[in-house]
Write a protein that binds this ligand. Structure first.
Ligand code: NDP
Ligand code: 8X3
Length: 253
């Protein structure tokens, strides 16, 4: 297994949920982490917890110029990052397509697809040049299976899945690895965001069973990233122990 103290990560979506847990998992093991998100106070909290191991970076991944500028101006020792966790993302709404808000669809595409692609394109050449790197994505079971109201959110995660496989086709042999983590239900701020701040509605998503936690997913990222360099974990799909596939549905008259 790789020594975590040799790892330097850039984690997008570091201010909460899966991203924040991943920052803590790696920093606790001695890795250096560039923690990216829009909420500066959360990033400052991580810096206060782990000190010099953390570089807080306030950034909206939908801002192409700011993202490229950020990667090209990282200070030492963070400039030699060897893992990029493209995790920032969101779902908005759970309405059927005929009622969904087009602006919410666009925001999901701009964040989960375009922001993710910008992050990869801004960071990948330097890792290929250094012959050492790892791009990890947060996909979703929503990219593997359809569900009611998952329309554009699930489609963005299907894009992430196929892009991750195609990226691996491109970079295999360069020293850069590619992994897509595809979780099911994880209790984070995800549903609060999806339901526009309605905490009661969000809590219902996780009621009556034990959902996964950000820490559960962070452990999988850690596993994939600390594998010896001759191993590439292509995909990890995981679900809460009480979650399963939707059966095929018939809408009867
Ligand atoms: P959270 O809402 O807790 O975290 C989302 C993170 O993404 C936040 O740190 C947020 O930071 C960041 N983010 C959102 N938009 C932007 C943006 N434009 N620029 C920069 N950062 C942004 O949810 P999760 O931790 O659950 O979500 C993380 C990823 O996991 C997402 O891609 C999500 O789709 C995926 N996922 C979640 C599952 C779940 O059940 N929770 C299951 C499968 C996948 P800030 O607002 O500060 O910018
Ligand atoms: C998040 C998991 O099932 O809520 O990607 O869409 S789910």
């Amino acid at each position: 297994m790789l020594d975590p103290r040799t790892l330097t990560l850039v984690v997008t979506g570091a201010t909460s949920g899966i991203g924040a847990a991943t920052v803590r998992r790696f920093a606790s093991a001695g890795s250096k982490v560039v923690a990216v998100g829009r909420r500066a106070d959360r990033l400052d909290g991580l810096k206060a917890e782990f000190g010099d191991l953390i570089l807080p970076l306030e950034l909206d991944v939908r801002d192409e110029k700011a993202t490229f500028d950020a990667f090209s101006s990282l200070p030492a020792p963070f400039a030699d990052y060897n893992i990029v966790f493209a995790n920032a993302g969101l779902a908005l709404g759970l309405e059927p397509a005929q009622k969904a808000d087009l602006d919410e669809w666009k925001t999901m595409v701009e964040t989960n697809i375009t922001g993710m692609l910008t992050t990869v394109r801004a960071s990948l050449p330097a890792m290929v040049e250094r012959k050492e790197g790892h791009v990890v994505f947060t996909g979703s079971v929503a990219g593997d299976y359809p569900y009611f109201g998952g329309n554009v959110y699930g489609a963005t995660k299907a894009f992430v899945k196929q892009f991750s496989l195609n990226l691996w086709a491109d970079v295999a042999g360069t020293g850069v690895r590619v992994t897509n983590i595809e979780p099911g239900l994880v209790e984070t701020e995800f549903s609060v965001v999806r339901f526009a701040g309605d905490k009661g509605k969000a809590d219902q998503v996780y009621a009556g069973y034990t959902p996964m936690t950000g820490e559960d997913i962070a452990e999988q990222v850690y596993f994939a990233c600390t594998m010896p360099r001759h191993v590439n974990i292509n995909r990890i799909q995981c679900m809460a122990g009480q979650q399963t596939f939707n059966g095929l549905t018939v809408r009867r008259d």
